[in-house]
Design a protein around this ligand. Sequence first.
Ligand code: NAD
Length: 348
Amino acid sequence: QRLGWAVVGLGEFALGQVLPALREARKSRLVALVSGSPEKARRVAEQNGVSPKNIYTYRNFDSIRDNPGIDVVYLVLPNGLHAEYSVRASRAGKHVMSEKPMATSSAEARQMIDAARTAGKKLMIAYRAQFEPRHVEVARLTQARVLGQPRQMMGEFVQNMGDPKQWRLDRELAGGGSLPDIGLYPLNFSRFVMGAEPTEVMAQIFTSPSDPRFREVEDRVAFTLQFPDGVVGSFMSGYSSHRSARFRVMSERGWADLDPAFQYEGNRLRVGRRVGQQEGTDQREVENKSQFVLEIDELSSAILENREPKTPGEEGLRDHLIMEAIYQSAREHRPVQPLGLAAVAGRR
Ligand code: NAD
């Protein structure tokens, strides 16, 4: 059985990654499109075998309620619109997949969770790294203590932003700068790897006052997360360096390294440890399954099996609470304990 998905927002990521993944999915298929551009919607519908009567606009979005063929709504909109469309989709009786970051604040994240709960529908956040096989292997190695006790983590995701007019540099549409957009990858992944929540956060932010790209949002962020048992993670995000994305876990008897990490394709995992008398490094080959297909089918499976999806709304809420602590720490130049993490319901 394949559930019917509606994709909202036909931008770069939707066209480049989401639609191809929906074509490959086993339990999900594309049945509807929501777009502000009738011309583009018609073309994309034709290419993907979507019936013209299943093309919606942002104005008539709420009438998806009357279309029983739509089970799930996938939000691939600028971050500042996730909360509004998620709440409207839940009220229309649909399950929701929201792109990351979930929203622009923990308050919006809570509204999304409440609306889905009231409607009795699922809400999942698209944390693709939690489905990417090499990234999953790093979490498995760490939690099974294959390399001993984990001690430290480091990670970064930086890229150089072009057009100063893009929505990612607009506070209202983006919610913040490099932190929620790409700093979120090492942040969320470190929590996934540890299977635990950080107890304390320290951060510094630098944004050049003369760079026209950063009038509204931050550029460079360095943040440290303290996890239980003394595990310390040091992470960076930035919007003014050439693209670089890596992640490393250092344990008592070895390390696991993703370089590059967080890519659509071509992620590479190496493990270093002592073998007998010698230091050895081996590249780990794992089954090359599409993280996008696995992620999309996870929500369809969770709906069909009536269980919580692996990365529910609460997972996004926790990241928003931690990002708010990161901003507060940078502002006040002091360590901050993320507030309310323990009170968030659900796994962990
Ligand atoms: P994009 O700008 O290419 O696409 C956004 C789409 O939203 C466009 O089609 C645009 O027309 C539409 N839109 C509707 N209302 C809008 C408004 N008021 N202002 C601006 N655009 C509006 O952006 P994108 O890169 O596709 O990102 C979309 C979402 O997907 C973001 O939340 C982003 O964080 C997420 N994303 C996730 C990944 C990932 O790897 N998981 C990668 C890229 C983007």
